[in-house]
Design a protein around this ligand. Structure first.
Ligand code: FAD
Length: 450
């Protein structure tokens, strides 16, 4: 390992689903990796204060699962051992969408594990802890990053430690995986540098989530369920996944003036308003475990760090700090894991050069754009179809929506296209594969028939 080292110490801010994979990626290339986390971390797969979204459905896409398994070999077995439920995507998942109640079901050969967000994070944390050169410091809140005197290179992070004292930690590289990106934006602002341009899609989403014991009389023909109403009619959605310990988690999603309520009667009434009764019928008699949790998500935000002319060396924003995706599509953890694979690959490639950390951030931003492109487009296009969504709609939105609708029709009748479409939705393949000329021709032919 000694020959691969390119720095003495790296610091990761945040032990969430971006920070943990990032720490793993750094561990092969730095003597020490320190993860600073403001929370007290639980000894098991339970909730904690710093990630309030973890009370809601958190689907791990097959592409994210694959990336986590690359970083932590045997990760799927760890998940299975901890009680995560294997779901054969396309077969065990009942997908109800306009025109298809349900969408034709087929075994597409893709398995995605379903579990709570605390379980996937706990599993990743346990794997990170096996690395002797990674230390997680809990109850440490990062305050700002420090630039080396007389230069622009970030050389340390200042934080409040578990005793409430101020401490400074020197680092060759600081990865900000704090969710919000405040350290990075704060540094750019305080040093008079331009902030990245942002693409903001005002989706104004409300989430309400409840957990249930899976009843003995649960439907035998599906394990997981997704119901989407037409975007033009408000786009209500219901998402239900199995969890470890024989539970279901069920999230209702509404937009703008029509968000699901936080009381049980209101929750149940809202479930009745979905286009089909599948969710309502499943939960109406099921035993509820705990109350109804709510979450508001005003906007998806993509920061274009790649467009900045320069960026302070020694610093790297990561995960949600770069792009916060509309959670309905279940992409954030998966994209963060893929970014960690990218970071590891860049460090491997650059390790052979002199000054490998100089220029790391711009190289990362450029390649991360390619990773982000597909999930962003998959979410943005249907989001823009909701009339109240705020943001700059692309000029070709109508054509893209029409193509998407045609593609769904084709996927319903053709197992190969269904598989390809699913692989794109699960971030196993880029969206461009769906623009294959033969597929485009067949979609056009279907549209002409219609
Ligand atoms: C309602 C909702 C549902 C979602 N559903 C899904 C889903 O189904 N699938 C999916 O893949 N993604 C989902 N996401 C997104 C997912 O939660 C994130 O994309 C993912 O957790 C990666 O985020 P992150 O690690 O960058 O940030 P976070 O998960 O927010 O983690 C940030 C970490 O940094 C810590 N921290 C913050 N500030 C400091 C500081 N100053 N010092 C030290 N530590 C700090 C926090 O305590 C936390 O541990 C959802 C998000 C929301 C809001």
């Amino acid at each position: 390992m000694a020959s691969t080292l390119i720095g003495r110490q790296a610091v990761v801010v945040g032990a969430g689903m971006a920070g943990l994979p990032a720490a793993r990626a750094l561990a092969d290339y730095f003597e020490h990796v320190i993860v600073l986390e403001r929370d007290t971390l639980p000894f098991d797969a339970t909730q904690r204060a710093g990630t309030p979204q973890a009370r809601h459905t958190h689907g791990l896409l097959a592409g994210g699962q694959q990336a986590l398994a690359e970083l932590f070999p045997g990760f799927e077995q760890d998940l299975a051992g901890a009680g995560a439920v294997p779901v054969r995507v396309g077969l065990d998942l009942r997908f109800e969408m306009p025109g298809f109640d349900p969408f034709p079901r087929r075994d597409l050969g893709v398995i995605a594990y379903a579990m709570s967000r605390p379980l996937v994070e706990f599993t990743a944390r346990q794997r990170v802890k096996r690395h002797a050169n990674i230390a997680i410091r809990e109850n440490c809140r990062a305050q700002d990053v420090v630039v080396a005197s007389g230069g622009t290179t970030v050389s340390a992070v200042r934080f409040e430690n578990s005793k409430g004292e101020s401490e400074t930690l020197a680092a060759d590289l600081i990865v900000e995986a704090s969710g919000r990106g405040n350290l990075t934006l704060g540094l750019l602002e305080s040093t008079g540098q331009p902030l990245p341009e942002e693409t903001v899609i005002g989706v104004d989403i409300g989430y309400a989530t409840a957990v249930f014991a899976i009843p003995d009389n649960a439907p035998a023909d599906w394990m997981s369920l997704m119901i989407f109403d037409p975007p033009a009619e408000g786009g209500l959605a219901g998402i239900m996944l199995p969890l470890e310990r024989n539970r279901w988690i069920m999230t209702l999603v509404g937009h703008h003036g029509h968000k699901p309520p936080g009381d049980w009667d209101g929750f149940l009434a809202y479930a009745q308003q979905l286009r089909t009764r599948t969710i309502y019928n499943a939960i109406k008699g099921a035993e509820r475990l705990g109350g109804v949790a709510r979450f508001g998500f005003p906007a998806s935000v993509r920061r274009h760090f790649d467009r900045l002319e320069k960026f302070p060396p020694g610093l790297l924003p990561f995960g949600d700090a770069i792009c916060r995706f509309n959670p309905v599509y279940g992409q954030g953890m998966s994209v963060a894991a893929q970014e960690a694979c990218l970071l590891r690959e860049l460090l491997r490639r650059r390790g052979k050069e002199t000054g490998p950390l100089a220029g790391l951030a711009p190289a990362f931003f450029a390649e991360a754009e390619t990773l982000i492109e597909t999930p962003w487009a998959l979410a943005a296009i249907p989001d823009y179809a909701v009339p109240e969504t705020e943001g700059d709609r692309p000029d070709d939105l109508e054509q893209t929506l029409e193509f998407g609708a045609g593609l769904v029709q084709l996927a319903a009748t053709d197992a190969q296209v269904h598989k390809l479409w699913t692989e794109v939705l699960h971030l196993l393949k880029p969206q461009s594969v769906l623009r294959d000329p033969e597929i485009v021709e067949r979609v056009k032919a279907l549209a002409a028939q219609a």
